[in-house]
Design a protein around this ligand. Sequence first.
Ligand code: ADP
Ligand code: MG
Length: 779
Amino acid sequence: MDRLEQLRDPSSWRRAVVLVRRFRQEPGTANLRRFAPLAEAVLRERAALHELDDEALSERAGRTANTDLADDGDLVGYLAVASEVARRRLGMEPFEVQLLAAVSMLRGRVVDMETGEGKTLVGFLVAAGLAVTGRRVHVLSANDYLAGRDASAGATLFEAFGLSCAAVVDGMDHADRRAAYRSDVVYATVHQVGFDLLRDRQRFEDAQRLVPDLDAAVIDEIDAVLLDDAMVPLVIAGDGEPRPEEASLAGVVAAMTAGVDYEVDGERRNVSFNEAGIAALEEHHGVDDLYAKDHVGLLTAAHVALHAHALMECDVHYIVAEGQVRLVNDARGRVADRQRWPDGLHAAIERKEGLEVTAPAEVLDQMLVETVARGYRVITGMSGTALDASVRLAEDLDLRTGAIPTNRPGIRVDEPDRLYLTAEQRDAAAADRVRAAHAAGQPVLIGTASVADSERFAVLLADRGVDAVVLNAKNDAAEAGIIARAGEHAAVTVSTQMAGRGVDIRLAPQAVAAGGLLVLGLGRYDSARLDHQLRGRAGRQGDPGRSAYYTSLDDDVVTEHLVINMDPRTVDADGRVRDKRFRRIYDHAQRVAEGKLLQLHRTTRRYHTATDQHRRLLLDTRERLLTDPTALEDYLAHVWTAGSDQPHRWTRPARRRLATEVALYHLDRAWTRHLNLLAEVREGIHLRVLGRQDPLDEFNLIATDDFRALAQAAAAATRHTLDAASENATTLADLGLRRPSSTWTYMVADNPFGSEADRFFEFIGQALRGSQPPAISYT
Ligand code: ADP
Ligand code: MG
């Protein structure tokens, strides 16, 4: 590759952009060089510790407990001891760059450290450093497998400082989780923590509490958590009441015909009732005007049923297995565990397939991944692609990010992208390249956009006599084993972006001789950050390695975000586009994609802001009822008007307990009803406000009104229940109140067509921008 080509290469280009931004002191970037003297001081100080025997070292470690590391000298002293402990107990002596990263993180910065540079060890140093100052630390890992792996790998280091350490992973029962959260350092995914917080909010006894409180978080792969997964709603649901009106709705919609009762748009992404369809619904339900305010719920449910009927296809969007609808999640794995569509859609599909509708799940509470992260008092983190996310991290979380140099100079070669006319030509060229590399003994890792792409590509390789291992992110632990071997002689591994994240790929000696790992991307992702993450798998710790992206004008990222109104002038026989005007086409498409995503995140966040505030208010009351002995009196005084002697009936210990449970029960019910109303309003809002008010204002108005009414309704219901309670009632059941008999947690998968709200904003956005996606036309 000539010098000029290298200059055009996206990753060195990216570094240059970051340098310029830092030079201009733009938000989000931090110069970590100021911490270099501290890292050097650690090196000097730890040299002296070599002499100490184990006992003396332990004694030194013990002495760091409860020092706050605010003083630079204390910080250096702690890291020197921790470094020596790591050398003896873990067999790894932290490199200077790792010490620089640890210092920076303990001083509140986020660090960008390339893949393979040893972020796990840095995480140990930082977590222990925060914990010795008396903080409760959560290290948030990318998946359960990594949480378990890292917690056990770091245990002996933590132990040396008298710190306990545990992982929280799927499958642990309540008692084990409770115990694990009481460790000084807890390894878990942000999802586990979020689900447990949701469970805590449903508890009826304070002693049941799982998560003590959120204090300090060290977030591994921080951009994945705070950007990619930020807007994923975590949900806790319980079995709820049947909804007969939705069942009858499904019957009406199932009898409808495209072109008569409803219209499907050309790309099969959108569907809407026409007049005949609306008339049929109105007649069936005996309502005059389905668009009237009172019928928001019905109208929304009808749209959802129509979606399921007209757009969702079995074996494409979902499969039916063992009487259940299971989601097909194309990007992550074939069948997605623990995922449901938003509730109405899921039930509508079950009805369409004639399945038993799962106990209508009632959403008891939910929160965004981002909200979990924001709950920590202190956040720091690390990632191989943190710099690409620095502006967002600064804007969203007020975090500053800096770059850590690699331990050894990187010698990975990043080739400029190759662009082909069609995806077929792209894949054929890439498959030929894999065959050649494989024949020469070079290991190859191929990254694809989806599981379907991975499988298609493996067939192309098989046609060329190359056996490939295909990963599809179904089982993190099994995949970790496979990806760890992706650097062996002539290994060929095909994987989606998600698979094997966080697992180190070591090169076998023959593979080094053959040029190291070759990483091929089939199409770039919709963000340059994710591209960079895949490239980072090659050339770890100064290894040889090479990366190349094979792209085409057919790729979704290009077709979804750009309209290209010109033909390439120079094209090779194999379809490779040589026309220079097309060189930056992907960068352009990615910028459009990132802009849209940012807009969507902002919108989603705005829709959650008021609800988050309301939830905090409600939880305050709830927590006080659970933990403060005087809170019940206060609450009951508010439930009955002043002067009533009713509250006194509820002060004997057993009666108190029951009254508390009744109050909690009605608060929870009111909150659940509130959330369900909000979900309906959010989904249906654009049907009502199109062209009139700002939908967000309208939404917030409804939310605030309903929340005010909620507190009163809960108090009134409590009064009602307690007034009617017989003297010998001891449980909620005696009072005729039923709590969900079971609860379960899940993440809401993206509706493959986007929610109604998403589509609305897309529509408005396009109207504002002039109705067309941006067109490429270089002159
Ligand atoms: P990252 O998370 O940055 O991609 P890892 O934490 O997975 O990197 O570490 C990559 C590899 O480097 C692991 O095999 C780890 O054991 C090794 N390693 C990290 N730091 C050191 C060190 N100071 N000395 C020796 N090996 C190290
Ligand atoms: Mg890692």
